[in-house]
Each structure stands twice: as structure tokens, then as C-alpha cells.
Design a protein around this ligand. Structure first.
Ligand code: PMP
Length: 338
């Protein structure tokens, strides 16, 4: 029995990915983060950020948590906030999926949509959320905090203490590699820290989408980006505090036309309906498996549910508009007469 939804965060299963494992001769396992109460890996960050603020005495009952997010962190924070008696004010770039915005509104977040502009612009969603937190802190009698997921290392700590610890225990310490994309870097740097602490030889790989700058940073020391990706929640252009001191053993740059067929096959062949960042992660895990050779065990993250992107990733006209391949089954109508 769980005392509240907060206690249902984490302890997600590791699921063997059949096709990826068979094609590489490795065992590729996905940490099923879409099974968290807020249906993404970001519930863990939400919980640890709120618990850390409570420990520091920064949150009072009824207090406001303000955050800039592509959606999932806002959902994680709001689930935890509702259970613990806080409010959330969430700033989201308007380009993010309608499904995530709807979920935030249904959960009771106060949602502010802003134009999607680069980080260096003062009107970037992260910066707007920081200013808003300062304003609300002054005017609201219960006070406010800025969750600041990118540079708040309670996020990374959550993955050291829970995600990495769970992976170690679930595999009985038999894990050769870990692969993840980066939004804030909390997942990749946190799990890397936790696993390397147990075994220095665990190989850690970054799976970067096109349009992000970390692949070039970790391969030739320069933050440079090229191309674009339809994936949401990942693709970083700077070294966040959560990435500070972290370095991967391998870095891969994954184009959408490598990642999306994996997402589509998983629905049809393995009953797993997952988002675009999971496709990037699994493509990265396959590349690491080829690098290490058969017989290794590699863990990656199944970040969130595909239903969160029904209007984009699973919408033939959206895919066509972006010049991406549309799988045949997506457009076929049922062949059953009734
Ligand atoms: N996938 C999705 C769908 C996400 O929303 C996020 C977080 N923004 C990530 C992956 C990356 O997680 P992290 O912030 O820990 O790097």
C-alpha cells in the first residue's frame, strides 16, 4: 500500500527490448519511466526538487512552485504539488504538444504559454519562469520558489539516489552500459554518477538529437548545433549545472529518421507506445551495443508515453509536413466488415 501518489514515484520495471536485443546480440533493457504517476521520467526530478526546497525551509503550506518546462517536469511537479498542498505555475513554449498542455491544465497547473525563443533571448521560457517566481514570491502570502530544473542539482541527485540505485539492484550489478538523451542532464549525469560509483567500468553514452549542441561539445569541445528534431523535452545547447563535471564515454548524434522507426516498431511489435526521446535513447543503445559487441547488457530510459504526442508523432500529416517517413499501418483502415 502507498500512502500517497508521491510514494508511487520510482521503482519502475526494466523491460527487455526484444528487437533491439535480437538485432545486436546484446541485452537492451528499458527503464519504464512512463509508468510513473505523471507518466514520465520527470516525476523523479519534480519530487526531489520539492523535497529539497522543503528541507531548506523554502516552501510553506500553500506555497507556489514556478517552473519553465517542455511539459513533463511541469506534470511531475504538479502531481507532487497537489498531493502535498502546493500550487504550480508552469511556463511552457507554445510549440510543445497539445496533449502535454491539456494534461497540465487537467492536473490543475496554472499554465502560461510563451513563444519558443532561444535561451539567450530574455523571453525564453526558462528565463520568464525565473522572473515570474521572483514576482510571485513578493506578492503571494504563501511565497514561491523557482524549481529551476536545469541548474538545480536536486534533479541529478534524484537520479543518483533512485534511478541508478534501482538499475543496479534490478540487474544485480550486471550492467555494462547506460545511454540517455539530455534535456536538463539530470537523468544522464545522475545515473552515470550512481552506476560509476558502483563500477567504474560501466560505459556511459550520450544520445543527442539533431539541433542539440552536446554531441559536438563532448566530441570536439565546442558547443555547436546542426539540423533539427521533432523530439520534445531533449536537445540541450549549454552545459547545465546538472551536467557539470560529467563526461560520457561515447557520444552519438541521432537523426529523427533513425529514431522514429524504432518508436513505430515498438508499438506494433512490442506493445510499447512511447515518445520521440525514447526513440533517440534506444537508437543510442543500439549504437553502444554495436560499439561494445554482443553479450553486453545495456540500459536506457523509456521516458514517456506516445499518447502524449498523438497529434504529432502519430499523425501522418504532421510527419509528412516534416518530411519524415509515415509507416503504412498508421494510415490503413480496419479490414473487418461489421
Ligand atoms: N525525454 C523527455 C520526453 C523529457 O521530457 C525529458 C525531460 N525534459 C527528457 C527525456 C530528458 O530528461 P533530463 O531532463 O533528465 O535530461
Amino acid at each position: 500500500m502507498k500512502n500517497s501518489v508521491v510514494d508511487a514515484i520510482g521503482n519502475t520495471p526494466l523491460i527487455r527490448l526484444k528487437r533491439a536485443s535480437e538485432e545486436t546480440g546484446c541485452e537492451i533493457l528499458g527503464k519504464a519511466e512512463f509508468m510513473n504517476p505523471g507518466q514520465s521520467v520527470k516525476d523523479r526530478a519534480g519530487l526531489f526538487i520539492i523535497r529539497d526546497a522543503e528541507k531548506r525551509g523554502l516552501l510553506r503550506p500553500g506555497g507556489v512552485i514556478v517552473e519553465g518546462t517542455a511539459g513533463n517536469t511541469g506534470i511531475g511537479l504538479t502531481v507532487v504539488a497537489k498531493a502535498l498542498g502546493y500550487r504550480t505555475v508552469i511556463v511552457i513554449p507554445e510549440t510543445q504538444s497539445q496533449e502535454k498542455k491539456d494534461a497540465l491544465r487537467v492536473l490543475g497547473a496554472e499554465l502560461i504559454e510563451v513563444p519558443a525563443v532561444p535561451y539567450k533571448n530574455p523571453n525564453n521560457y526558462v528565463k520568464v519562469s525565473g522572473r515570474l517566481a521572483e514576482q510571485i514570491a513578493k506578492s503571494d502570502p504563501n511565497g514561491a520558489i523557482w524549481a529551476n530544473q536545469f541548474d538545480n542539482v536536486a534533479n541529478r541527485e534524484g537520479h543518483v539516489k533512485t534511478t541508478a540505485a534501482e538499475i543496479w539492484e534490478q540487474t544485480g550489478g550486471k550492467v555494462d552500459g547506460f545511454v540517455s538523451a539530455v534535456g536538463t542532464g539530470g537523468t544522464l549525469a545522475g545515473v552515470a554518477e550512481g552506476l560509476r560509483h558502483k563500477n567504474r567500468d560501466v560505459k556511459v553514452a550520450l544520445a543527442d538529437p539533431m539541433g542539440a549542441a552536446l554531441f559536438s561539445y563532448y566530441t570536439d569541445g565546442e558547443l555547436k548545433s546542426e539540423g533539427t528534431s521533432i523530439t520534445e523535452g531533449i536537445g540541450q545547447g549549454r552545459i547545465t549545472a546538472n551536467l557539470d563535471g560529467f563526461a560520457p564515454d561515447f557520444s552519438y548524434q541521432i537523426p529523427d529518421d533513425e529514431a522514429l522507426p524504432i518508436v513505430f516498431d515498438l508499438v506494433q511489435e512490442e506493445g510499447l507506445c512511447l515518445g520521440g526521446s525514447t526513440g533517440i535513447n534506444i537508437a543510442g543503445a543500439i549504437r553502444l551495443a554495436r560499439e561494445l559487441g554482443p553479450g553486453h547488457r545495456i540500459v536506457t530510459v523509456l521516458c514517456d508515453c506516445g499518447t502524449r504526442y498523438q497529434s504529432k508523432l502519430f499523425n501522418p500529416s504532421f510527419l509528412r509536413e516534416k518530411g519524415l517517413p509515415v509507416p503504412g499501418w498508421m494510415e490503413r483502415s480496419p479490414e473487418i466488415d461489421v
